[in-house]
Unconditional design. Structure first.
Length: 63
């Protein structure tokens, strides 16, 4: 008879396999298309021309 709430090695192994790459790799979803226009790709982008470096800290309030 099994221990109530027990488990042993088989259940511990099954729990650890839950996070294996091979078992989860098929769960990743692709976009199926190339990024369009303004969509973010995760690539670093320059901020040159988009922000004024002198404005950093303008909203900081000293108490």
């Amino acid at each position: 008879m099994a221990k109530p709430g027990g488990g042993g090695r088989a259940e511990a192994h099954a729990r650890s396999r839950k996070y294996d790459y091979g078992d989860n790799s098929n769960l990743l979803l692709g976009t199926g298309s190339r990024p369009r226009g303004d969509e973010h790709t995760g690539e670093p982008e320059t901020l040159r021309g988009r922000i004024d470096p002198r404005s950093f800290g303008d909203r900081a309030v000293q108490e």
